[in-house]
Each structure stands twice: as C-alpha cells, then as structure tokens.
Design a protein around this ligand. Structure first.
Ligand code: BGC
Length: 252
C-alpha cells in the first residue's frame, strides 16, 4: 500500500509517498520551511501544501514532535505551546478530506528503523534515540512499540537531558565532539541503568557523524547507528496512515 508520509520538524515540513511494504520513498521529498510562529493553524496549512504540492490524493500519515494520542497533541517541549490540546489529526483530515493518522515523530522514525533498518530482526528491548533539536525516544519490546515514551526529558544534574545532550545543545554550546560525546555518554549510561535495553539505535541528523562520538562512548549496551537516516521520519510516518498498522508487532 502506498501512503504519503509527512514529517513535521522544527525547521521543515517534509513529505513523500512511501511504499509501506518496503519503506522506499516513491518520489522526491517535498519540503516547505516550518512557518514562524509555528501555530497549529500555520502548521496545518503548510502540511496541506506539502501534500497537495506532491499531487497526492491517497492516505496520509504524519509524525509530529510531541506526545500524540488519537490525533491530539499533548505536549510542547520544542514547539508552540498553542499546540497542546490541538486535534492535529482531525484538522488535517478536515482539510485533506480523508483519514490521517498522526504519531510522535520519534515513534515514526523508530517504526521505520525496526521494520526496515538497523532494528530489524532484533527481539528483546530496543530503544531508538533521535538526536536533533530535542531527544526523541521510541521503545520496542518484542517488536511492539510502546508509544509516546519521552525519555529525552529525564533529568541529569537537575536539567532536562535534551537540553544537555541533543544536537542543538552541541551547536548552541559550541561543544567539541569529545565534549559532546561525554554528554551523550552520561545520558546513555543513565538510560541504560533505568531501562536495560538490549540495543540502542542512534538516529537523527547527527548519526551521519557517528565516527566522531561513537569511539568515546563507554556504555555496556550495544549501540548501533540508524540505517535510514533522513528518510526514517517520512517512511515511519506513512505507517501511521494505515489504520491499526503503526501499533502492530513489527518483528517476528
Ligand atoms: C519531544 C518529543 C519529540 C522529540 C524529538 C522532544 O522535545 O518532547 O515528543 O519526539 O523532542 O522531536
């Protein structure tokens, strides 16, 4: 089944049609800058432009950087507070005139990675981290997603972990790779003490620079770098556009 995957991010709203059997993008991505202020209405308008700009009139799934339950946004760590309580799924459905499934952006990336990428064929407890503006997490137990984990917000040294160890923190504080690796290591060690995952998949834009930080990590858990890089967000979002699909067991 082909579904349009929409990935709403802090800097861009991106989308492409996806073959949900293979995870392949079927056309060039359409990307429009995220509007500022990123009010819910402005996001909906831009997301609709991305779908229409691609000439798509089939089903749509969307990844959004917040806790999302039944299409409704519940948190706003890195987005406009006005999004809290907003029925994003309902608004997109109304404007597009068809059903739209919405999931957390990190869950979307994790679904893609577990189905088609590095997390494939791994049983047990798989944790995927998306290191970008924030720290997104998606947790899989025996191949099944535990939706909306927000483990980027655990406290380390009295501060929200994502403010210390996200890629944005690295840039904002102009950290060397070694300094950043130390921050990430501190975060990963805390997470592994709390959760004892079998493997941690590191994704997000920063995964392209893995050689800069991987050698400095001292975790006991196996760390692997996400395979799908930029495309995981869109490919996984498409899965949310298939009713009952996003939450089904992905690994056998
Ligand atoms: C949000 C998560 C999101 C992550 C990555 C965090 O600040 O709380 O819901 O998945 O950023 O975008």
């Amino acid at each position: 089944m082909n579904v349009f995957g929409l990935d709403v991010g802090g800097s861009g709203i991106k989308g492409a049609p996806v073959d949900t059997e293979t995870g392949m993008l079927l056309a060039e991505r359409v990307r429009i800058k995220t509007p500022h202020p990123a009010t819910p209405a402005a996001i909906v308008r831009t997301a609709v432009k991305v779908v229409r700009g691609a000439g798509w009139d089939g089903p749509v799934g969307c990844g959004f950087p917040a806790v999302v339950k039944d299409g409704v946004v519940h948190t706003a760590a890195n987005i406009d507070d006005a999004a809290i309580g907003f029925d994003l799924g309902g608004a997109l459905e109304e404007r597009l005139g068809r059903p739209v499934g919405v999931v957390n952006d990190a869950d979307a990336a994790g679904l893609a990675e577990v189905r088609w990428g590095e997390g494939r064929n791994r049983d047990g407890v798989v944790l995927m981290l998306t290191l970008g503006t924030g720290i997104g997490t998606s947790l899989f137990v025996g191949g099944r997603l535990v939706p909306n984990t927000e483990l980027g917000h655990i406290e380390i040294g009295g501060r929200d972990a994502e403010h210390r160890a996200s890629d944005t923190a690295r840039k904002r504080e102009d950290l060397s790779w070694k300094q950043y690796a130390h921050r990430l290591d501190e975060y990963l060690r805390k997470i592994e003490d709390l959760l004892w995952p079998d493997v941690i998949v590191v994704g997000g834009g920063i995964s392209k620079k893995a050689d800069k930080f991987l050698p400095h990590l001292t975790t006991r858990t196996e760390i692997v770098i996400a395979k799908m890089l930029n495309e995981a967000g869109i490919a996984g979002a498409a899965l949310a556009g298939i009713p009952d699909r996003a939450t089904e067991k992905v690994a056998e």
